[in-house]
Design a protein around this ligand. Structure first.
Ligand SMILES: Cc1cc2nc3c(=O)[nH]c(=O)nc-3n(C[C@H](O)[C@H](O)[C@H](O)COP(=O)(O)OP(=O)(O)OC[C@H]3O[C@@H](n4cnc5c(N)ncnc54)[C@H](O)[C@@H]3O)c2cc1C
Length: 281
């Protein structure tokens, strides 16, 4: 099946894209990599909608370090995240996450802005943003605002974005000396969405742990973080995970399996950061 035709406009620049979006009064969608949007239109999972193509908007491109903040343009492709030296150095959790997303063809087109706006609970990048305490920069006719990632993801495929707003960039606190970041996931086959995944960030001022694939949104595991901060063992942190995540049964795995996998990942991620601290990796 193919999508019903409902109009297509290619935006020349950011202000053109925003004015097109505002003029559509909620009837148009931004087209970035198209890897989720076109599939849902073809399957008629999304209603008939006009498309505003932002692929020519250069203001949304590029990765740059600005002081101690890594700024990533919304149109940055997953492949660029995976291969960027700046991302590897200043946000290794994202660098590790990007190659886990789907397959090469999808990574060549899919964008960080598209992934965050789509807010798939099994996606890697929303969890990275939560664990890294990143800020999502959004812009609409009323101007620009920054939203903390922990406030941005509201529910299943639902974010804080207004219908006349778009994501323009992501601001990530740059990795400090001595900081450890680990992204891991467990999937049935390479390239599949994860059954469970973790992003662990260990900073001087405390640990941040986010899980994906285990609930309606990526989730910050506050009980486990408290155990890590008081230097509890990986087993003790894993034991309290049922306070943080309550997966549901679905066709891919029962809830008990996802909780078990999340515990396995937490132990592995903690052991990896501990081994790095004593110089084993
Ligand atoms: C077979 C397959 C497997 C996949 N596996 C994975 C996986 O394992 N992990 C994973 O994370 N993803 C996976 N994906 C999704 C992929 O990562 C997409 O690239 C991503 O979800 C959407 O990015 P996009 O740039 O293609 O967005 P699009 O498909 O163009 O848009 C998606 C949504 O975001 C909106 N949007 C896009 N950009 C913006 C913006 N800047 N501001 C506001 N709204 C915007 C669109 O209007 C639309 O509603 C998979 C996709 C496929 C087809």
């Amino acid at each position: 099946m193919k999508a019903a035709a409902a109009g297509y406009v290619r935006a020349n620049d950011l202000s053109h894209a925003i004015s097109l979006l505002a003029a559509s009064e909620g009837q148009a969608r931004v087209l970035a990599g198209g890897q989720s949007l076109i599939a849902s239109l073809n399957l008629r999972l999304a209603g008939e909608t006009a498309l505003i193509d932002i692929n020519g908007v250069t203001e949304l491109c590029g990765i740059a370090l600005d002081g101690d903040v890594l700024r990533i343009g919304a149109l940055t492709r997953h492949r660029e995240l995976a291969t960027s030296d700046l991302v590897a150095r200043h946000a290794p959790a994202i660098s590790q996450a990007a190659p886990l997303i789907a397959h090469a063809a999808i990574r060549n087109r899919g964008t960080i802005g598209g992934s965050l706006a789509y807010a798939d609970p099994a996606a890697e990048l929303p969890a990275c943003m939560i664990a890294l305490d990143a800020t999502i920069v959004v812009q609409g006719p009323a101007g620009r605002r920054g939203v903390r990632a922990t406030d941005f993801f509201i529910d299943l495929f639902t974010t804080d974005l207004g219908e006349d707003e778009m994501i323009v960039a992501i601001e990530v606190p740059a990795c400090a000396p001595g900081e450890r970041q680990v992204t891991m996931e467990l999937a049935r086959r390479s390239g599949d969405y994860a059954l469970a995944g973790i992003v662990l960030v260990r900073r001087e001022n405390g640990a941040r742990v986010a899980f994906f694939g285990v609930g309606p949104t990526a989730v910050l595991a506050r009980a486990a973080m408290a155990v890590i901060d008081r230097e509890g063992s990986p087993d003790e942190a894993a034991a309290v995970l049922d306070q943080d995540i309550q997966p549901l049964d679905d066709v891919h795995a029962p809830a008990s399996v996802r909780l078990h996998l999340a515990r396995v990942l937490l132990r592995r991620a903690l052991n990896a950061t501990l081994a790095a601290e004593v110089g084993h990796v």
